[in-house]
Design a binder for this molecule. Structure first.
Ligand code: 9MR
Ligand code: ZN
Length: 561
């Protein structure tokens, strides 16, 4: 059905890296029978005309039609192409393929003996509205200001919050407040964590670099800001809200505080009513390295709009890089006074990313050497899935697509090969999975974000070596997250069929509105393939978070016209 023969499986042994990773994959998790999911499970937002179109049907069937939503006229019919046992959910799934239907419109799938699907759209613009909602969710996460959104007839809003951030007491022992406002709340909680900002900002900037032209066509309707200066693209203005905060996280010696946080998680109240003191948390080398990478990248991306701000970002990045070179050991933050998100990770991958970004921003030979030494030491490794704790892929991308002279072309070539092999494995996992999930049967906290982040790997592979399977697998991240999954539901609030209603989000729990704040991706099934519960208390599967959200912004941006 899906020819993907370009690379032989023997390629898996390149560098010995991927073969090892595959062997180390955990066994498929135990499945829980899903409750009351519809039998027809598919992306219920819809498809681009040329996109592959698949539905998984959880009841025996032999043929199906696609009908026009307005009058029920049959526009397409086909036999069921195959049935298969999906290992991670232990279900037999019948596969409907209607990729050949390309005409724009609103449709439903109709399966004799099973039923009708929710409505879906085929249109070149089908992802513009989801992109709007999912990107605007960052604006709604802004700390230190009032925000407001009207979505599907409801207005979601809160007043300016956490305007007293933050106390230095627990970082330096000084009873002093230093301004650390702005930034985004991390997740369903209101704290601000530098390490998790790293992969978030890195992936957002990557979206801008890769799809900035398409992104700019979607008006984000952000409130007018005194700064950045008019003429900034909304997408970059949104990231600047975060970098403005990040700049406050640098200590005078160049180290970077790990986070700004209450000592314990607060209750389900609106952020402006959370008046518990918030503190700077002692520095960590992981936060410092992420800071260097983000601000070096910011300098590069912001320079065309505000050179002075770009200079400020670059100076900050350079100062913290100098600090890191004199503190080569992994230094954990002392978080003993805190019970909030730890994000305690080894700094190795962030140091590699930082070196790549500072090289790309400045051309400094010492930074290039630093990156290449680290990259070689890692065997030019490419991560098959990445998140806040392993951001090396972001450094690899900057290096791979750089136009600067001086690279070790043999190393670049090896990295490129590893990248493509990694992408090929993702394609194979996508094809072997009953819901086309590009992460196969591996589930973890925030796994939905990890699914979306596969799009970053796949789209880069497609730029390195264009191949329609990469694009198809990238779009399959959207299919899975928008309904082609064991629950037959969208995992994004306010978007698609039967989306999450009770995310672990303090704003949603505290306001008096029935629907949750819109546009947010929930963490998703974990530890089993079907272990997702649309229950507010379930922070393990039903929380929202900036790092997962940024990945979905990327996957959607890739599908904008
Ligand atoms: O995404 C994080 C996940 O990888 C960890 O296993 C989990 C427990 O430490 O924490 C997750 O991050 C949460 C953070 O600690 C606090 N804010 C909410 C985040 C999403 O659940
Ligand atoms: Zn706030």
């Amino acid at each position: 059905m899906h020819p993907f023969y370009r690379k032989p499986w023997t390629a898996l042994t390149v560098g010995g890296i991927l073969a090892t990773r595959l062997a180390a994959e955990p066994l498929e998790a135990q499945a829980n029978p899903p409750t009351a999911a519809p039998d027809i499970r598919m992306n219920t937002v819809g498809f681009l005309p040329a996109q592959e179109k698949h539905a998984a049907i959880a009841r025996g069937c032999t043929n199906f039609t696609v009908v026009r939503a307005s009058d029920g006229a049959v526009v397409f019919s086909n036999t069921i192409s195959s049935s298969m046992v999906n290992a991670d959910t232990e279900e037999t799934l019948w596969q409907a393929d209607f990729s050949a239907l390309q005409a724009p419109g609103k449709f439903q799938l109709e399966v004799p003996g099973v039923g009708r699907s929710a409505e879906f759209t085929i249109s070149p613009l089908v992802y513009a509205e989801p992109f709007y909602a999912v990107e605007r969710a960052f604006y709604l996460w802004r700390c230190g200001t009032a925000v407001r959104e009207t979505w599907q007839g409801q207005t979601f809003a809160h007043a300016a919050c956490h305007t007293n951030d933050a106390w230095l007491d627990l970082a330096t022992g000084q009873h002093t407040r230093v301004a650390s406002t702005r930034g985004w709340h991390d997740a369903g909680d209101f704290n601000k964590y530098v390490v998790n900002a790293g992969v978030t900002v890195g992936v957002l900037f990557r979206a801008w670099e890769d799809f900035g032209g398409a992104i700019q066509k979607v008006a984000m309707e952000l409130p007018a800001m005194a700064e950045p200066t008019p003429g900034w693209p909304d997408f970059l203005a949104e990231i600047k809200w975060e970098t403005d905060w990040l700049l406050t996280m640098q200590a005078p010696d160049g180290s970077v505080y790990h986070k700004v946080s209450t000592q314990s998680f607060g209750g389900f109240i609106l952020p402006e009513t959370e008046l518990t003191p918030r503190y700077f948390v002692p520095w960590s080398s992981a936060a410092t390295a992420n800071f260097v990478a983000m601000l070096a990248q910011a300098a590069r991306e912001f320079r065309p709009y505000t050179p002075a701000y770009a200079d400020q970002c670059l100076a900050a990045a350079s100062k913290s890089y100098a600090f890191l070179t004199t503190h080569p050991e992994n230094h954990r933050a002392d978080q003993s006074a805190f019970h909030t998100g730890a994000y305690e990770v080894n700094d190795r991958s962030a140091r590699l990313w930082a070196a790549a970004e500072l090289w790309e921003a400045t051309g400094r030979a010492d930074c290039l050497r630093d990156f290449e030494t680290r990259c070689r030491a890692e065997g030019a490794r490419v991560e098959a899935s990445f998140d806040y704790g392993n951001v090396g892929n972001l450094g690899a991308l900057t290096y791979l697509f750089s136009h600067r002279p001086g690279r070790d072309e043999a190393l670049a070539g090896l990295l490129r090969t590893h990248w493509l092999v990694t992408a090929d494995v993702i394609v194979q996992k996508h094809l072997a999975h009953g819901y086309g999930r590009p992460l196969g049967g591996s589930y973890s906290w925030g796994g939905n974000g990890a699914v979306a982040r596969q799009a970053v790997i796949l789209e880069a592979a497609n730029r390195l070596d264009p191949h329609p399977e990469y694009v198809a697998a990238s779009r399959a991240t959207l299919d899975y997250l928008l309904g082609r999954n064991v629950h037959g539901r969208s995992y994004v609030t306010g978007v698609g069929f039967h989306p999450p209603e009770h995310p672990h989000d303090r704003r949603s729990g505290a306001d008096n509105l029935v629907p949750p704040w819109p546009g947010y991706l929930v963490g998703g099934p974990n530890p089993g393939a079907a272990d997702w519960h649309d229950v507010q208390a379930d922070f393990r599967t039903n929380e929202i978070a900036i790092n997962w959200q940024a990945a979905l912004v990327y996957a959607l941006a890739a599908a904008l016209p």
